[in-house]
Design a protein around this ligand. Structure first.
Ligand code: B12
Length: 305
């Protein structure tokens, strides 16, 4: 099948799946990717005859819970509740099947699988024309802000590659850098991972001073994203997309689930059963520790409300 027709068919398929942003990038090495020893650095380390990286973005702007502002409820993030914590995978399966039926190889970037995280998705998204890298180191799309969960496929199919990358529109803005309570963004465009709340809330060691600024956050952090001007319109009035509609039906259930007095009673079995569907790799022990800290805080703050 000719390149343009093949590309068109994949775009139409992605539309029908509810993928909000899609782009094709040439499958060459990411020379500016900082982790030189990582397989993500070069798609040909995964598929020697790779020709194209298909990058998909799903809008998660509306995947929020109203009671995130209430200290008696555990707060997480849009990515956490979106089921794409370890990459957009399931929605890409029809595209993989289509490519394989056309006789091509196709491998999905899957963070939950050992050796499965095969792409630097932000850099691939930039090369595919989906947006630019902000000073918070996240991909910013003009239409969707940073609220795109990303997924990617490496294939030997030759598709219509994007040739024009979006120009960087951060200019002098440094709102994200100023907003981060842990100074994890002191160097623009480079996240100091060890200082990032999202990293610390997933880690064994949670220094006392973090326990104060984490508030009711039990997983992830969105402070840098909420300060980003490109997300303003999405905070006030999120777009209505396929995911937005399907998540609306789940809000009531999730609201109740994150009620801290109940959550402290959650067993490891209950944790796997309920949060397994979110496909996060955060260990129960760490999640439960964060719940206990948020609960202690709620007792103190709760009296004040
Ligand atoms: C590991 C990881 C994390 C780690 C470490 C993050 C990091 N930046 O390394 C932790 C747990 C901290 C994390 C946090 C979050 N993550 Co994360 N994460 C990833 C993962 C699996 C790999 C990222 C990676 O390659 N890191 C390695 C660093 C080196 O790469 P980089 O960030 O691209 O770094 C670039 C620049 O920062 C700069 N740079 C970095 N270090 C250095 C050093 C030097 C010397 C230089 C010159 C340059 C430089 O150059 C690099 C290339 O441009 C990706 C999935 C994927 N496969 O890509 C998701 C991913 C990037 N995460 C994502 C998200 C949403 C988040 C959170 C917002 C979740 C939350 N709400 O808490 C936070 C955001 C924190 C932030 N401001 O970045 C999304 C981003 C979507 C988007 N629109 O951009 C992804 C793509 C997951 C997905 N499938 O959607 N994440």
């Amino acid at each position: 099948m000719k390149k343009d027709l093949l590309s068109e068919k994949i775009r139409n398929l992605a539309d029908s799946i509810g993928i909000d942003a899609l782009g094709f990038a040439e499958a060459s090495e990411f020379s500016d990717y900082a982790l030189r020893s990582s397989k993500r650095r070069d798609p040909k380390l995964t598929l020697p005859n790779a020709k194209t990286i298909i990058v998909a973005g799903i809008y998660i702007g509306a995947v929020t819970l109203p009671n995130w502002v209430n200290p008696w409820y555990g707060r997480t993030s849009r990515l956490y509740l979106s089921e794409f914590f370890l990459d957009v995978v399931k929605p890409l399966e029809p595209i993989v099947d289509f490519l394989k039926n056309e006789g091509f190889q196709a491998i999905v970037c899957e963070g939950s699988k050992k050796e499965g995280s095969i792409l630097p998705l932000k850099l691939a998204a930039i090369r595919a024309g989906l947006g630019w890298q902000g000073k918070h180191s996240l991909l910013i799309s003009k239409k969707y802000g940073t609220f795109l969960a990303l997924g990617g496929i490496i294939t030997n199919a030759d598709l219509e590659h994007n040739t024009k990358e979006e120009s960087n529109r951060c200019r002098n803005c440094d709102k994200c850098q100023k907003a981060c309570p842990l100074a994890a963004l002191d160097q623009p465009y480079v996240l100091n991972v060890k200082k990032c709340m999202s990293y610390l809330l997933q880690n064994e060691n949670l220094p006392k001073k973090i326990q104060i600024v984490m508030e009711n956050r039990v997983a992830d952090c969105e402070i840098c994203q909420e300060s980003c001007p490109w997300n303003r319109k999405h905070l006030d009035n999120p777009l209505v997309t396929k995911i937005t509609e399907s998540f609306q039906k789940k809000i009531g259930d999730w609201e109740q689930f994150f009620y801290l007095p109940d959550l402290v009673e959650l067993s490891e079995k209950g944790y796997r059963k309920k949060l397994g569907q979110l496909n996060t790799d955060i260990p129960y022990k760490i999640f439960h520790r964060n719940i206990l800290i948020a609960m202690e805080r709620a007792k103190k703050v709760g009296e004040m409300i």
